[in-house]
Design a protein around this ligand. Structure first.
Ligand SMILES: [Zn+2]
Length: 518
């Protein structure tokens, strides 16, 4: 009884969490589109002189306002500020540095409130002296590496999503983390891992939905029908076993075992102690994570076959469950892959894996960054080459801090631009292996996570006569990559005319040979 209550409760809870994620989306709109009628109305009534995050419940609050406040922490955890002029962001309360929790509390007698107070008089750079006097060295250095822009407002972005836009999926997981009951409950750890694995998987939606139903035991097996008072007397249509339940159909029935035996999962179905559906999912996630998607497909296939049997619809022509499942899976993944590639149309050199020389009028500058997750350090590197593949100049330096690989890549491009401008080149192609960055630059869609730096790159690009953005796969960007990696091991800035650091030489030669266009 306890078990069924738990299972029912989990399904209900799932909907509850999803509902909270949707509410968070409304709040996100309220904050990021403050000029809408709804936003202005709520602000006038509940937080006329503060931000949403400082708003109180107020006198006789409406139902919707109560609901909004109930997801305040979820939204707070999901978003982060990109600093522009620093006027909208509170140093101590808002989330704008990765080590946010280490910034506060505000010291006594400190008159720094907004980030603007940490900038110099002109507002175009940090007041470093002040930074190092206020914060531990590590944090001060991180802040000093943040890009500021006095001509831009600060921008709030959803930092759980690469493009900075709100994502329901990530809000769902934040809601899940915030659900203390779930975390306290030992069984719930499994369900968190399970949901992550299901959401992430590249399988058709109907299979995900089936997994959700199976996890919650919302499938009409014979014992479920009986427990709802439907007096079904038939037995397993495959083996005649009288107690047909989900575990039997999926793992214990001889017809299921035959299917599993043709896969590479061993006799996992006989794992000691694995009793319910959750247990078997855990066995696969722990021991055969690479097979997880196939595993889900086969479960769905077994259930589909069982239903056909049950309703007498089997026509004898259907193939083996695991083969059909694998074909559907690979078709689906191919289709999805195609979707990703076709959505990058309009970007120069989309499919290139080798370095291709530019035309005679342009020079091509390949940029790359090598980023260390733990320290946030980023090695930046670039190499400029002409029509003949001759190296014009190259550079490498260590950037003390970048908050993400994307920011590191953008810093590499920005640095390369400064050098290209200084040398007076007017027709340039900047090439990187960050598809996300190239797409955004090409379409001039600001990446909120790096908004200030991004705008700076765009505005500098205007200084060239012709400036193009180009994407190349990593294999084609090896020269820049090896130069960037070098910076992580030797922290000196190196600028070379007419050559690259020796570690990158091997790649230069290789790619001039392998580029065979025109
Ligand atoms: Zn059976």
């Amino acid at each position: 009884m306890c078990v069924s209550k738990f299972r029912g409760g989990l399904g209900f809870r799932h909907l509850g969490l999803f509902n909270r994620a949707l509410l968070a989306k409304q709040v996100w709109r309220l904050i990021t589109s403050p000029t809408t009628l709804a936003a202005r109305t709520l602000k006038a009534r509940y937080f006329p002189r503060s931000s949403f995050f400082d708003a109180k419940i107020g006198y006789r609050p409406s139902y919707i306002w109560r609901s909004f406040l109930s997801v305040k922490d979820i939204v707070r955890k999901g978003c982060k500020w990109n600093i522009g002029d620093g006027r909208s962001v509170n140093v101590w309360n808002d989330f704008w540095v990765d080590d946010h929790t280490n910034l506060g509390p505000k010291p006594n007698n400190c008159d720094v409130n907004q980030v603007r107070d940490l900038l110099n008089l002109e507002g175009d750079d940090w007041n470093r002296e002040l930074l190092y006097s206020l914060f531990p060295h590590n944090n001060a250095s991180k802040i000093a590496c943040c890009f500021v822009s006095k001509s831009r407002n600060d921008v709030l972005f959803w930092h759980k999503n690469p493009g900075g836009r709100f994502s329901c999926k990530s809000a769902y997981f934040l809601a899940l983390e915030a659900d203390e009951d779930m975390v306290r409950n030992a069984i719930s750890e499994d369900s968190i891992e399970f949901w992550r694995a299901v959401w992430k998987a590249r399988v058709p939606g109907k299979v995900k939905l089936f997994m959700w139903r199976a996890w919650n035991n919302y499938v009409p097996t014979i014992d479920n029908l009986q427990s709802r008072g439907l007096n079904h007397t038939s037995s397993c249509t495959h083996c005649g076993e009288t107690t047909e339940n989900l575990v039997h159909v999926m793992f214990k029935c001889s017809a299921a075992k035959e299917v599993w035996d043709r896969c590479s999962l061993g006799c996992f179905y006989d794992t000691q102690g694995a009793v319910n559906f959750h247990d078997f999912c855990r066995v696969i996630l722990e021991n055969f994570p690479a097979e997880w998607e196939v595993f889900m497909m086969i479960l769905w296939g077994l259930w589909t076959r069982r239903n056909k049997h049950f309703h007498g619809q089997l026509n004898g022509r259907e193939g083996k469950v695991e083969e059909v499942a694998k074909v559907i899976l690979s078709d689906y993944q191919k289709e999805n892959q195609r979707g990703i590639i076709s959505s990058t149309n309009g970007v120069h050199n989309t499919h290139t894996t080798v370095w291709l020389r530019p035309n005679a009028q342009h020079i091509k500058i390949n940029c790359d960054a090598a980023w260390q997750k733990e320290s946030g350090k980023a090695g930046l590197g670039f190499v400029a080459r002409d029509y003949n593949g001759e190296v014009l100049f190259s550079g490498t330096r260590l950037e003390w801090y970048a908050s993400s690989p994307l920011e590191a890549e953008a810093k590499a491009v920005h640095w390369a631009m400064i050098h290209a401008l200084n040398r007076g080149y007017s027709n340039v192609i900047f090439e990187t292996d960050s598809l996300c960055l190239v797409k955004a630059l090409h379409n001039k869609i600001v990446l909120l996570e790096i908004a200030s730096l991004f705008s700076e790159i765009l505005s500098r690009s205007m200084a060239f006569n012709d400036c193009k953005w180009s994407f190349v796969k990593r294999e084609g960007n090896r020269v820049a990559h090896s130069i960037a990696s070098l910076a992580l091991s030797c922290s000196n800035e190196i600028m070379l005319d007419g050559s690259v650091p020796s570690c990158a030489n091997v790649w230069v030669t290789k790619y001039v040979i392998s580029s065979n266009i025109e």
